[in-house]
Design a protein around this ligand. Structure first.
Ligand code: BGC
Length: 784
């Protein structure tokens, strides 16, 4: 775990001023660079020492059999796992015959800085070799947000006090050996040598390796080109072999002289393209990158991020840690989705191999809501990926005896990858999450082309699933029995409230969408009978309620269960899933992550229409002492609803937890990759929590209120082609429309219209005070 403050608290950078080899794997995740297509973990340039080497190309995976002790009908037979592709970031250094290895010699200084505005990772260090030669090494690395195949490194060595013979070996390396997994089921399986060599090439300063995965048959090509600047008599030599291609640069440096290598790396993969076509593809990408050169890449990266921050920045006054964390979070969320382009956005982005590189409902319910208001194009692309996998989802539904499409619980390429059906197959709510993301995106952008071409079909096929999965009972009430909601400490339960209410929204959205797009409806074979059946099911949806306690049930019968023995559970027995059998967790009142509480956020309108404020507050207070937050997805949801129910200090503590999840390694597994949903949740906690932002249809509403510690919270977001800035102080809020035609908003229930000519200023109403809810023993939120 990252204990003391590992990173300096600065508003636009994450700075590590000393190297701690014990937390190398964590910092590799924190310093990972990605554009959603290519991902480079923050491994040291020289490759070793490392925690977990990682270079990824979104979609490149290997398949493996899923063995079952007791197999059953409909169990997926094959799993998918992300693989480490050819590593293009390695630059090894030899100083007077001694390898530059931080474990030997003397490290005088070592600093790494992730610059969130320039989109680069910079490293500077001074090292004295065991033989006494001192060199300064500087490197700058980027994964281009503007040229999706391209990553680059500028590497510089300077002799400090004596004449030094230096050799830089710039390499492409395939099939690096990976550390053995430690048995945590959330880590990835390590496949040995997943790449078979097909072609290698080295000529002049150019290198290329082409490989193919053994079973999934994907071809992966990586190429590099170099610009070398050094003193006279600097020489270069290139060579290539089975799994390595290398450019060796040799020079003799007088004190103060430097040797610099700029390395451009291009990546490509395909399941269909031929070897020559792949070689050409990466060569062409290199040519395009070389055309602009290193400086061009740096300038474009900066311009791209300037544009992003102008649309997405969040300013926090009163807590510098949260200020840094929310920018770090937004940066990584952007990196995860920016150029994913019709591929999945995995739970870890491309920052590590945790969860085998799979994408879950995290994408649609946590990541896409942020991107909807900050980088909406990425949302359309992510949903097009789901659309591209519709055939597999239809097949899966048919296999399960259901209509429509059953999207996978976890996947890379589209097929279901979960071998544990109670929390995989039965977690049908992922379908409603996809529908929700479609609706949010279309409402927030007005992109009707997307709705017609992609959205309607996703809504229709998911609505069909719900209609066939559920049934009307003899009283006409609609039930979804035997499903698993977000809380994975309950499974295969009847009428999970979150699932039912999300399915209800999905059914209604599909019925509305086919009315707006009758031609698409006809093409999909939807008639009035069918859409009326969706509305009937939605209107008759059961929502379980315990009259005696006056609270909604997470699922039918949940509040009757015995409570978990929280008092008898030691702090070291969390997360419970690693210490207790699921069968026992399933039959007790204990909640892994926000479920009913999440429903009150994502289906807030239903609660507001059918119940009063006290009901929402009572529900929140009931589930708090049961919720152990063994998933990093929970704190941000609890933050939103704590703020909604007036528990502002509690909301603040949950916000800190979500925000610092990776910067402080709160779940002790940042080494496997960042928790992208929790990072996205930092924005959600601030904007939807303290900002109270919701959108109902095409209208945005806010209910801003700050906890005592925050003096000011200001955020910019996009909505229907406009940029809106919301600036919240302790007593007043200023809504400023930065561009576009006037926008109608809600402020604590009051309608208002804001135009670019004049900001609207409103007072913050006082908060209704309620007794603070309690958490299970040892599970109060970490307030950083
Ligand atoms: C959570 C899931 C989540 C998955 C990936 C699990 O621990 O319970 O809700 O989708 O992690 O982040």
């Amino acid at each position: 775990m990252i204990t003391d403050r590992s990173y300096a608290v600065e508003p636009w950078t994450v700075r590590e001023t000393a190297l701690d080899l014990d937390v190398l794997a964590q910092s590799e995740s924190v310093f990972a660079l990605s554009n959603g297509h290519v991902g480079w973990r923050g491994n040291l340039d020289e490759g070793e020492p490392h925690g977990l080497p990682g270079s990824y190309l979104n979609g490149v995976h290997e398949v493996h059999p899923l063995p079952y002790a007791e197999a059953g009908y409909g169990y997926p037979e094959s799993g998918q796992t992300v693989i480490d592709i050819t590593n293009g970031k390695i630059l090894r250094l030899l100083v007077d015959d001694e390898p530059f290895d931080l474990r030997y010699g003397r490290l005088v200084a070592h600093e790494r800085v992730l610059d969130l505005r320039r989109g680069v990772l910079e490293r500077t260090c001074e090292w004295t070799s065991p033989a006494g030669s001192t060199v300064r090494v500087r490197s700058t690395r980027l994964v281009s947000l503007t040229q999706r195949a391209v990553a680059a490194v500028a590497y510089e060595v300077e002799a400090v006090d004596s004449r030094s013979r230096v050799v830089i070996q710039s390499e492409l390396v395939a099939n690096e050996s990976l550390p053995e997994p430690d048995g945590d089921p959330r880590a990835a399986r390590a496949l040995k040598s997943p790449l078979e060599q097909e072609d290698h090439f080295a000529s002049g300063n150019r290198l290329r390796l082409v490989h193919r995965t053994r079973r999934s048959g994907l071809r992966v090509a990586v190429a590099a080109d170099h610009t070398v600047t050094g003193p006279e008599r600097t020489t270069t030599r290139s060579e290539s072999g089975i799994d390595v291609a290398r450019l060796t640069v040799t020079s003799v440096l007088e004190p103060g002289q430097t040797l610099r290598v700029e390395k451009l790396v291009a990546h490509g993969w395909s399941g269909t393209r031929s070897l020559p076509a792949m070689a050409d593809q990466v060569d062409a990408a290199l040519a395009a990158a070389g055309h602009d050169g290193w400086q061009g890449l740096l300038d474009d990266q900066r311009a791209c991020l300037d544009d992003f921050w102008a649309r997405a920045d969040v300013e926090v006054e009163g807590d510098e840690e949260i200020q840094q964390a929310v920018r770090f979070a937004l940066f990584h969320v952007l990196q995860a989705g920016a150029r994913a382009e019709q591929r999945a956005i995995p739970a870890k982005g491309l920052t590590g191999s945790g969860y085998d590189g799979h994408a879950f409902w995290d994408t649609e319910m946590f990541v896409l809501p942020v991107l909807t208001h900050t980088a909406p194009q990425a949302v359309a692309e992510a949903l097009r990926w789901r659309h591209n996998t519709l055939d597999e989802a239809r097949e899966r539904a048919a296999q399960l005896g259901l209509a429509g499409a059953a999207f996978p619980w976890r996947t890379i390429a589209g097929p279901e990858g979960s071998a544990y059906w109670p929390a995989g197959t039965a977690a049908f709510h992922v379908n409603a999450g996809i529908a929700d993301a479609v609706v949010r995106y279309v409402e927030a952008t007005g992109d009707t082309d997307f709705e017609r071409e992609t959205g309607v079909e996703l809504l229709v096929e998911t609505a069909r699933l719900w209609r066939s999965l559920g049934h009307h009972d003899t009283h006409g009430v609609f039930h979804l029995d035997g499903v698993t909601g977000p809380d994975e400490y309950s499974a295969v339960a009847d009428d999970n409230t979150y699932t039912n209410l999300m399915a209800r929204q999905n059914l209604l959205a599909a019925a509305d969408a086919v009315e707006r797009h009758p031609r698409v409806a006809r093409r999909l074979g939807v008639d009035e009978e069918e859409s009326a059946a969706w509305r009937d099911a939605a209107d008759a949806m059961h929502v379980p309620y315990n009259e005696e306690l006056g609270v909604h049930e997470q699922h039918a019968g949940f509040t009757r269960y015995q409570r978990w023995d929280f008092a008898g559970t030691r702090p070291d027995q969390y997360p419970l899933l690693l210490h207790f059998p699921y069968f026992d967790l399933y039959r007790k009142q204990v909640v892994k992550q926000a479920d009913l509480v999440l429903a009150m956020y994502t289906c807030g309108e239903w609660f507001e229409q059918h119940h009063d404020e006290e009901q929402i507050a009572r529900n929140f207070a009931y589930y708090e002492p049961l919720t152990v937050r063994d998933s990093s997805l929970s704190a941000c949801c609890q933050a939103v609803m704590a703020a909604r129910t007036g528990h502002l200090e509690l909301a603040y503590a949950y916000t800190s937890e979500a925000a610092l999840m990776d910067l402080q390694d709160l779940e002790h597994n940042t080494r496997d990759g960042l928790h992208i949903a929790s990072l996205a949740g930092t924005w959600m906690a601030l904007v939807a929590g303290f900002g109270g932002m919701r959108h109902d249809g095409e209208r945005l509403r806010f209910a801003p209120r700050l906890p005592e510690r925050l003096r000011r919270l200001a955020f910019t977001m996009q909505f229907r082609g406009r940029r809106l800035r919301v600036d919240i102080g302790a007593d007043k809020v200023t809504y400023t429309l930065l561009d576009g035609p006037p926008l109608r908003l809600g402020h604590h229930g009051e309608p208002l219209t804001v135009g670019t000519d004049e900001p609207a200023v409103r007072a913050v109403p006082p908060v209704v005070r309620r007794p603070a809810p309690e958490q299970p023993p040892h599970r109060a939120p970490n307030s950083g």
